[in-house]
Design a protein around this ligand. Structure first.
Ligand code: G6P
Length: 612
């Protein structure tokens, strides 16, 4: 979850590293640090607690650090409180080895004891310091070969990591290694870069190399070399990143989140166009043939956070259209419960980053059982994308705000496409319905645009409720899936307690929390369920709730019950999540802004959770 960046080349390293880290602050922001050197100087380390700005101020935006080679880090604390001492980079006792790390070293206590016995002492509470000193130990024991020292350490370390290491005796070189934590390398003429995420180096290069688990990359001026765990040199091909550079900038918007909310029509249409041509869905380029689809007996969707909420919506849509049994599960549960899956089942992993530790572990669990896997991923070349049998990419572009919006919307589109194709292959819909569903999908970007045009009204309403203590979201069926995401958006960025409930379940406990003036948002986009949900809304209203209704245009009866209503354009009942989520994203956003909070970097959260 921490951000890592490094550079070696002809330019001064510190400003490039600080700029790169600023693009990764969404990965962690408890503290930051940097280590820089040039060919004839010692490695200089500067760290600061708090946001990256503190480090930037301390180094006069990097100007006080001289050298063409360096590594930087922005931290999301796991082991050891956020403090300057615990901030990275960490160094060995004689500063022979200096490193930054993302991930968790599970056996760090055991390794620490081993190192203690060999005369090492420790100044921080971090697992990273242990890794650095382990590398130092092997480096000295085996006569100063960096690749060898890192490889021997990797064999001893259990857990996940992306490491970047500088050795005092090897000026002009940086070594990186990874296991289950993201790390990319880039090369542009004489300049070599590495980072834990593409946006950090997108400004400088689009030529990116991926290293696999237990592999090492060596960066030198104008050169990258790769090694396997045996220390043998291996070859890698560059991948060209297609993302637009503006996508990693705010482009005039106040926050990344509101910018990304506005990018949803494009994310939806780009994603749709990648799998639909001439009015037909084409999944053959990912190798999902009709014969293979026919052979699928059940589907398990596994994901975390908002991606899990996509799975909840997809479950309703796929089961209703294709009549295939679907079970949706949290990855952190799936991986430990010894799941029972039919041998002809399909496990679908949904993940924006493609690096979420639990989702990756769930994918591996399914593969170890011999079950076919399909990943829906946004980040090209990420671990989940590489390890799944088949991948469908969402084309949302880089998503920077911690609270996901456009990636969520793009994931929904892919799940609709799968549902429609499965339904056709399974003869559950006819050709006419198939075509009309695809046509309807094509209208969603415009409809989302229409919702965005009405944002001032939501802003006004959100501001009115910005001091709420609790907010409840209720709905049935797909509306329950929408409520889950609306509630998550609300709580994660506004810090207001909120819950989503299946409307019929409210009276089994949660209704006791409703007081005079409590805001309850009823989601009603499923016509056959309108009346049922309205009755539940009346139940809370009679206990003093203030009611907001979110419903389809034309359902004007709701105005008899709700105090405030937002309408979404009409669409097929299976696709309403794509529209109804937009006002709810805006609600969360505007409440957070009204409360003066850091919308893009909510406390305690990270964009990509690469630890368990
Ligand atoms: C974090 C993010 C969420 C995201 C979840 C899953 O908690 O803050 O926005 O939904 O991880 O991430 P993934 O990258 O797997 O979609």
């Amino acid at each position: 979850m921490c951000g890592i960046v490094g550079y070696i080349g002809n330019e001064q390293a510190a400003p490039i590293i600080l700029e790169g880290l600023s693009k990764l602050e969404y990965r962690g922001y408890d503290s930051a640090g940097i280590a820089v050197r040039d060919s004839n100087s010692d490695i200089e380390i500067v760290k600061a607690k708090g946001r990256l700005k503190a480090l930037s101020d301390k180094t006069n935006e990097g100007q006080t650090l001289i050298g063409n080679c360096g590594i930087g880090h922005t931290r999301w604390a796991t082991h050891g409180e956020p403090s300057e001492e615990n901030a990275h980079p960490h160094c060995s006792d004689d500063c022979c080895v200096v490193a930054v790390h993302n991930g968790i070293i599970e056996n760090y206590q055991e390794l620490k004891e081993k190192l203690h016995k060999n005369g090492y002492s420790f100044y921080s509470g971090t697992d990273t310091e242990v890794a650095v000193k382990l590398i130092d130990y092997y480096y000295k024991k085996y006569f100063g070969n960096p690749v060898d020292a890192i490889n021997r350490s990797m064999v001893r370390i259990r857990g996940s990591y992306a490491l970047a290491v500088m050795f005092k005796d090897n000026p002009g070189e940086i070594y990186v290694a990874r296991k289950d934590s993201p790390m990319i390398l880039g090369l542009e003429n004489e300049d070599a870069y590495f980072a834990s995420d593409v946006p950090a180096i997108l400004k400088y290069t689009r030529n990116v190399y991926y290293i696999g688990n237990l592999e090492i990359g060596k960066l030198q001026k104008g050169k990258l070399t790769f090694y396997n765990i045996d220390g043998d040199e291996i070859q890698k091909e560059a991948t060209e990143i297609q993302w637009d550079m503006d996508a990693a900038e705010k482009s005039g918007f106040e926050h990344f989140m509101i910018k990304e909310i506005h990018e949803q029509p494009k994310a939806v249409s780009d994603t749709l166009n990648s799998v639909v041509s001439n009015g037909r869905i084409n999944l053959t380029n990912i190798g999902l043939t009709d014969d293979e689809i026919k052979n699928i007996s059940e589907i398990h969707i596994v994901a975390c956070g908002s991606a899990y909420h996509v799975g909840v919506a997809a479950q309703y849509v796929i089961e209703d259209l294709a009549r295939i049994p679907v079970r949706v599960e949290l990855a952190s549960e799936f991986r430990y419960r010894r799941p029972i899956i039919d041998k002809n089942g399909l496990v679908i992993i949904i993940s924006q980053s493609g690096e979420t530790a639990d989702s990756l572990a769930a994918l591996r669990e399914a593969k170890s059982m011999g079950i076919r896997t399909l990943a829906i991923v946004n980040v090209v070349g990420s671990s989940i994308a590489r390890e799944a049998d088949k991948v469908l990419y969402t084309l949302a572009g880089p998503e920077i705000a911690v609270a996901t919006t456009k990636a969520y919307s793009a994931q929904l589109i892919i799940s609709y496409v799968l549902a429609i194709q499965f339904a056709l292959v399974w003869n559950k819909i006819d050709e006419k319905t198939y075509k009309s569903l695809i046509t309807e999908l094509g209208t969603l970007p415009d409809k989302i645009n229409r919702l965005l045009e009405d944002k001032e009204r939501i802003q006004w309403f959100a501001t009115k409720f910005s001091n709420s203590k609790d907010i409840f979201f209720i709905g049935r069926g797909i509306d329950y899936a929408i409520s889950l995401e609306g509630s998550l958006k609300m709580k994660e960025i506004s810090y207001i307690h909120s819950e989503a409930y299946a409307a019929g379940e409210l009276k089994h406990g949660t209704i006791s929390l409703v007081e005079d003036g409590t805001l309850v948002i009823g989601v009603l986009t499923q016509e056959e369920l309108y009346e049922k949900t309205i009755s539940n809304m009346i139940e809370v209203k009679s206990r003093g709730a203030y009611l907001m209704g979110l419903t389809n245009s034309g359902n004007y009866n709701i105005e008899d019950t709700a105090d405030f209503v937002t309408y979404i354009p009409k669409t097929d009942k299976h696709f309403t999540t794509s529209l109804a989520v937009v006002p709810l994203q805006l609600m969360g956003y505007y409440i957070s802004v009204a409360r003066g909070l850091d919308v893009d970097k909510p406390r305690n959260l990270a964009k990509s959770v690469t630890v368990e």
